[in-house]
Design a binder for this molecule. Sequence first.
Ligand SMILES: NC(=O)c1ccc[n+]([C@@H]2O[C@H](COP(=O)([O-])OP(=O)(O)OC[C@H]3O[C@@H](n4cnc5c(N)ncnc54)[C@H](O)[C@@H]3O)[C@@H](O)[C@H]2O)c1
Length: 384
Amino acid sequence: MRKKIKVAIAGVGNCASALIQGIEYYNSNGNDSSMNPDLKIKESDGQSSMKDTANSSSTDNHIGLTSYNIGGYEPGDIEFVAAFDIADTKVGLDLSDAIFASPNNAIKIIDVPNFDVKVQKGDVLDGAGKHFSEKVTISDKQTTDIAQVLKDTNADVLVNYLPVGSRTATRNYAEKCLESGVAFVNAIPVFVASDTNWQKRFVEKNIPCAGDDVMSQLGATVVHKTLAKLWVDRGVIIDETYQLNVGGDMDFYNMLDEDRLEDKRVSKTSAVRAMVPYDIPMRIGPSDYVSFLKNDKVCYIYMKGRFFGKVPVELDLKLRVPDAYNSSGVMIDALRASKIALDRNISGPLESISAFCFKHPPIQMPYSQAKSNFMDFVNGKRDR
Ligand SMILES: NC(=O)c1ccc[n+]([C@@H]2O[C@H](COP(=O)([O-])OP(=O)(O)OC[C@H]3O[C@@H](n4cnc5c(N)ncnc54)[C@H](O)[C@@H]3O)[C@@H](O)[C@H]2O)c1
């Protein structure tokens, strides 16, 4: 019998939907017959289908993952045991239905079975911002005892997927993890794993934490920080840069409220700034809401500088991605590695997992270094 990773989710939005569907997809061994037919690449498109290539093997079906097996754990070893939300469209539903409830609009890639896990109502606190409240009605069901649910379900890890700006609500879930002995994986830009006071508290309770603000697989942050590092390594002086992002989901609608954005700007900017050993004008962050983009996110990166002979050079890049799916593979890695930390009785901030999987980790480093440290951690060559 395989060892399971028991996961609780706070915030059943688009990211939760993509994570859960993705795990179902890879658990069915990336079998194309189980996949939404609209998403299959057709031979007539001039490309080979994932299933039908001459060398179709399990490796083909694991496309999109860093690694199918990490430290003995496969995606299908992740099991959802509890879920918390506050929206009346989601609370009370089975998690398998709640992920498709309004206002979620991440694309559907696969049917998921009933989990027999009811979404329970968490403490609202600052989870509902002013834009959120225009589109979502808060459930009138009774608030649950989160720490008790985490204990009763024997959760290993709680993943925090609350809206940007949910500082108090995020800290409340972190407290419940400390109370119930559950590891905390923080996908959002509220600083817990990267905050020294919280780090101490997780060490004292002998519980691991990882975060903060998940860094997408091929998202604006990893592309921008890698380009900045490349320019610096190649002797190109960067004079100025911006990264503008637009999207059409609740995440972007909520982020129209500049008051909730402070930590998001700090998180995204610090990831790029850490790659450049001098100060430059930089503007990085979410920029607007465009409803017809739905869960697609479009990012524009601009960099201007000087290379050989002080001759000017400019770069303009556009990247369009289904946003929620962009973070799911990374989260699968973060959850598996956090479970490895639990197995090894490692507590406090998980430095290499956080540097590899998150934008605002306790220690910021170039992506290649972060990946190498992460693999060393998984293979038992690093402590944390
Ligand atoms: N690639 C990505 O999508 C990506 C990358 C980095 C960070 N993030 C962050 O991850 C978070 C989740 O993103 P999303 O697209 O799923 O957002 P979303 O708005 O679709 O989902 C948030 C969910 O949290 C629920 N919620 C609000 N307050 C709550 C509370 N107090 N308790 C429990 N649930 C509560 C909402 O009802 C909603 O279901 C956001 O903060 C986003 O910025 C996403």
